[in-house]
Write a protein that binds this ligand. Structure first.
Ligand code: FES
Length: 107
């Protein structure tokens, strides 16, 4: 289990214990967190799992694949340099303690 902290647009923070290999989106949806929808179930086809990754962790994430890059063009809230899809972020030792901020809206 590794920790992931999600901070919503209102500034409310929630830390989840996420099994290795599980995506941030899956963990957030399972925990009933508002602010992450995950409409496509994690296939990088909907962009409703958009998050802003804390700068301290930017270098630890693998670069986004072309499909993720394309979907990041379709986010409901502003895309930023640190925008990523939560379904493509998998829990691992390298990302233990990851902090992300949620956008104002996903749809
Ligand atoms: S859950 Fe659909 S793109 Fe991430």
């Amino acid at each position: 289990m590794f920790e992931m902290t999600l901070i919503d647009a209102a500034g409310e923070s929630r830390t989840l214990q996420v099994p290795e290999g599980q995506s941030l989106m899956q963990a957030a949806v399972s925990a009933g967190l508002r602010g992450i929808v995950g409409e496509c179930g994690g296939s990088a086809m909907c962009a409703t799992c958009h998050v802003y990754v804390d700068e301290a962790f930017g270098d630890r994430l693998p670069a986004p694949l072309a499909t993720e890059q394309e979907m990041l063009e379709c986010t409901a809230s502003e895309r930023r340099p640190n925008s990523r899809l939560g379904c493509q972020i998998k829990s691992s030792a390298a990302l233990d303690g990851l902090v992300v901020r949620l956008p104002e809206r996903q749809q």
